[in-house]
Each structure stands twice: as C-alpha cells, then as structure tokens.
Write a protein that binds this ligand. Structure first.
Ligand SMILES: *Cc1c(COP(=O)(O)O)cnc(C)c1O
Length: 357
C-alpha cells in the first residue's frame, strides 16, 4: 500500500525551518516585547515589496484585516457590501461585524471569482441602502479581474480579500496594490503561514493607513487618548518573528506550487496564480474523491456550501440567486497542494485523477 498523500501538510516545512523558527521564537520570548512591537514593524517593512509597495499594517487575523479594511475605507452601519457567496465565511462575517449587510453576487464559472456581468446587474439594481464597498475575493490564489471591477465600481471602494493571494499578481501588479485596501491572512495553512493567527491590511492611500493604525489600537494615536472607536487588532511579536523567517522562502514556495500545477496539467496554466489551492471540477465529484482515496490520495472541498445557504447568513440572501456558486460548491475538488510534495507524489496524484472513469 503506498503512503497516503494528504491534501495539505506542514510537517516537511516545519522540519526544514525548525532551527531558524526556534531561534526567532526564543529571541522574542527573551525580548520582553510581545504585542505589536519591533518584529511587527520590521515585518511591515519587509512585506511591502510583496504588495507593490503598498503601506502594510499588521493585525490579528485575516478576519480582522477584512473588518479593519471595511471600516477604514468608510463602510458605515447599514451599508450594503457586495461580494460572492463562494468564499470562506469570514468574507461575509467581516461585513456584518463592520455593521454592514452582505449582498451576494454570483461568480464566473471559469475563474471562481466575481462575475462582471452579475456585478453590473447588482450595481444597477434599485436599492434604498448605500453600497459601502465591494469585496473582490482572489479565490484559490488567482486575482479577480481587478481592472474591470474597479472600472465598474466607479467611486465605490473595492476591498481585496487577498487572504489566499500573497504574492499573486495580474498583469504584473500584485494582490494588495489594486483596491482601496486589501486583507491578507497568515493562518497556518495559507501560502505564508504563521504558527498561530495573523493578518495584514495594505493600502496605497495614506489616509486609509492612518485610519487603520487608529482602528487597530482602540482609536488611540497616543497613550490614553482615543479619537475614534476602534478595537484591539494587534499582531503577536512571536508570529511576526516566525513570518520573517518564512518570508524569504515565499517566492520559491509559490514557484514550486505553480510548477506542481503545471505538472498536474488538468487546468490551463494561469500567469500570476499562486495556487493556494489547485481546484478541478467534476460532475461526479464525490465518486472521484472516493476513487482517489482508494489510491491513497487525499483531497478537499473548498467550499461545500455557498454563503447564501449558510444558516448564519440566511437572512441576507436578498440579492439575485447565485446558480454558478451553487454548482461550483457541488463540483469542485482541491488536489493535494503544498510546495514540499515530491515529484513521485505529484505523479501519483495526477494518475489518480486521470485513471478515474
Ligand atoms: C483564510 C481566509 C479568511 C480569514 O482569515 P483568518 O486569518 O482565518 O481570519 C478570509 N477570507 C478568505 C478567502 C480566506 O481564505
């Protein structure tokens, strides 16, 4: 029996980086600085080239980054925020946490990202509430069609949900450098993962950066002065130090993911895609997964239920129906994807899919 190939594992990366990570952790533990200090500041500087030189503000998670970004670009209580239902729950959860209401816009079947046609329809629909923002999700590590989305949006701020897209780009311009603000996640399974929680907001606009820094620290520009209502969105120094160990490897890891995607060869190669997930579709998805499992090849489904069908969001399914999101949730399957997959494992995954009939 061949060894099981998991859809994702950190074991090999952790083993390779153990000495460096442990040294960085010890440095922080001995430093006496644990929350939003010099490690976080250094990380904000070091990650800037990855986001096209945008201003980078660390925070406690990707969810927090989305929530901060929405507030910082001016989303107000009662606003509508347009986004797709084919994403992780946090995209819509953050809209509600910011006091706004999500309205779901369907995806494009080929890219899994916001459909331009559906977006135009939503923007043209008569409504009583103001549209406070549009969240464009770069799902699976592939950029949404930002030039077209920004054009349709006009004056409405576009926030990038770039949680899965650190290092991804479109026409040479990276995720995080397009919208009024962008949110990244360093959850351990992301392409750049902390050993705990972490997030980042980026923006090209100095006034948005200033607002983000205030919001992250209880609206406080100086100790015990509070200009606006914010909250505690600080990142841990330990996580920043670990992310600084990993950041120099990110280019190589993303390249290796793209190489694995090319070797799988089951979908067209997409320039600038960082393959956070490698996703194929099948009308017999569950049978395909059973077949793969028999050959000791794991797989996953992101996401089995569109957000407009989630109990927590049932009250907000007030936009147009999203048939492509529903169909995608029934057909997608993510193949094993992490940079440390061996040549032989990549071959076994490909054969497992190809031998399904
Ligand atoms: C991971 C993720 C988030 C949330 O990030 P956390 O760091 O887990 O809070 C938001 N949106 C998408 C698309 C994600 O994949």
């Amino acid at each position: 029996m061949p060894e099981f190939i998991p859809p994702f594992s950190l074991d090999r990366q952790n083993a390779a980086l153990a000495a460096e990570v442990e040294a960085a952790a010890l440095r922080v533990l001995r430093s006496g600085r644990y929350a939003q200090g010099p490690e976080c500041e250094a990380f904000e500087r070091e990650i800037a080239p990855w986001v096209g030189g945008a201003r980078a503000v660390t925070c406690s998670s990707g969810t927090d980054a989305l929530h901060l970004a929405l507030r910082a670009v001016g989303v107000a209580a009662g606003d509508v925020v347009l986004t797709t239902p084919f994403t992780f729950f946090a995209t819509a959860g953050a809209i509600l946490l910011a006091g706004a209401v999500p309205e779901f816009v369907d995806i494009d079947a080929g890219t899994f990202n916001l459909s331009l046609e559906a977006l135009s329809e939503a923007l043209a629909r008569p409504r009583t509430r103001r549209i406070g923002a549009i969240i464009a999700v770069h799902l699976y590590g592939r950029l949404a069609d930002m030039p077209a989305i920004l054009k349709s949006a006009g004056d409405i701020p576009v926030v990038e949900d770039a949680a899965q897209a650190i290092g991804a780009s479109l026409v040479g311009r990276p995720a995080g450098a397009w919208g009024a603000a962008a949110a990244f996640s360093f959850y351990p399974t992301k392409n750049l993962g902390a050993m705990g929680e972490g997030g980042l907001v980026t923006t090209m606009r100095p006034e948005v950066e200033a607002k983000l820094r205030l919001l992250r620290a209880h609206g406080s520009p100086r100790r015990y002065a509070h200009d606006i209502l914010g909250w505690n969105g600080r990142m841990h120094e330990l996580q920043a130090a670990i992310l600084r160990v990993k950041l120099p490897h990110l280019a190589g890891w993303n390249q290796r993911r793209a190489q694995i995607a090319a070797e799988y060869g089951l979908t067209p190669v997409v320039a600038g895609h960082i393959y956070h997930q490698y996703v194929i579709r099948s009308s017999r998805r569950d049978a395909l997964r059973d077949h793969m499992r028999e050959l000791q090849v794991g797989s996953e489904v992101y996401y089995p239920t569109p957000l407009d069908c989630q109990p927590a969001l049932a009250a907000y399914g007030n936009g147009a129906p999203c048939p492509e999101s529903l169909r995608a949730s029934q057909e997608v399957v993510a193949l094993p994807m992490f940079p440390e997959l061996s040549v032989d494992e990549v071959r076994r995954v490909r054969e497992a899919v190809r031998s399904f009939s």
